[in-house]
Design a protein around this ligand. Sequence first.
Ligand code: AMP
Ligand code: MN
Ligand code: MN
Length: 361
Amino acid sequence: MEERVSRQNSLFHPYCVLVPDKPITNPIYNLMAIVIDPTILAIIHQHNHILCVSHVNPDGDAYGSLLGMGWILRHLGKNPVLAMQDRTPTEFRYLPGSGQIINPSAVANTYDLIICLDASSADRMGTVFRAEAHAPIPLLVIDHHITNTRFGTVNWIAPDCVATCQMLVYLAQALDVPLAGPLAECLLTGLVTDTLGFRTSNTTTTVMETALQLMVGGANLPNIVARTLSRRSVRVFQLWGVVLADLHLEEGVIWVTISREQMKRAGTNRDDGQLSSMLITAAEADISATFTEKVDETGQVAVECSFRAKPGYDVGALAFELGGGGHPPASGCTLPGTLAEVSQRVVTALKAAHQQQAALK
Ligand code: AMP
Ligand code: MN
Ligand code: MN
C-alpha cells in the first residue's frame, strides 16, 4: 500500500488524555483542559498571513472548525483566509463568517502558514491545497480522526475529542480567546453535528461541559439543531423513497446504492441526508453503508462509500485500508469502479469485518 505519511519530521503529539491543566475561569464549572504542546501555540503566534482549509464534502465540524479558527485568528490580530473546495450549502450559511469563505481558484500561492482542520489526509483538502506551490509553506494539521496520516509539518491529532471543534475550545482557552459570540456559535455547531445532537457513544460529561461553556458564551443550541440535524429538503425524502425500495440486509450489514441517475432525478444536489446514519438505526443491523455513484474531476466514475457502526463494531479500520478514513462508528472512502462492482466488493469486506467483530463480543 502507498505510504500515506507524506511529510518528513512530522511531530506526533498523542494528546488524548484529558488532565487538569490550569484553573479555568468559567462561571459555572472548572473544566478539565487538554494540555496543548507549546509547538502548536508557537506556530500560530509566529505567523500572520494564514490560509485555513477543511475537507471536501464538508460537514458541520468542517465548517465550524474552519470558521472557528478564523475567529480565533482574527481575535489574535492575524489575517486569516478561509477556503473550501465546495460551495457552502444553505444549511451552513447561518454560520457567522461563512460569506468570507473563498473557493480554490481564489486561493493564492503564498501564505506564512496553512492550517488544515478536520481532514484526515492531504487529499481531503481537494484542490485548495496545491502540492507544488504550497509544499514549502509550514502546514499545521488539527484533527480528531484516529486514521489521520499526520501529513503536516506539525500535527495535533486528538482522537479522544468528539469533534475538531472540541479541540478548538481547548485551543481558544490556551490562547486566551473568549469562547463567546461568533466563535461559540461555530464551535457548538461542530460538537452538535459530529455527535448527532449529543447522542453518539463518545458523548461524555466533558463534551457536555464543553457545550455548556459555549452556550454560556452565547451559542444557541436549539437554533443550531434546527438549522442542521432537524432540517432536510423534501427532495431528500423523495430520494430515500426511491433508493430504499432496494434495501439490502445480510449478515448484520444493511446497505443501499444510489446511482447518478437516481440522484439527478431527485435533484438533491448530491445530498443524501446522511442516509447511512439513518440506516444504522435498523435494529437488525450492526453496520450500515451507502454507495453513491459519482464522476470525479477527471471524468472517472467512482463510488463514494459511507459507513456507520453500532457501538462495539468498527468501520474506521476498513475505510482506512480502502484509502479513506474516519472513526470506529463513522467512516468513508471513495473508490474507482462501477456502483455494482464497488458495492459488491465492499459489502463482502463489511460482512467479513462484521463476522470477525461479532465473534469477539
Ligand atoms: P460521512 O459518511 O461522509 O458522513 O463521513 C463519516 C466520516 O468518515 C467522517 O469523519 C469523514 O471525515 C470520514 N470520511 C468520509 N469519506 C472519507 C474519505 N473519502 N476519506 C477519508 N475520510 C472519509
Ligand atoms: Mn468532518
Ligand atoms: Mn469531525
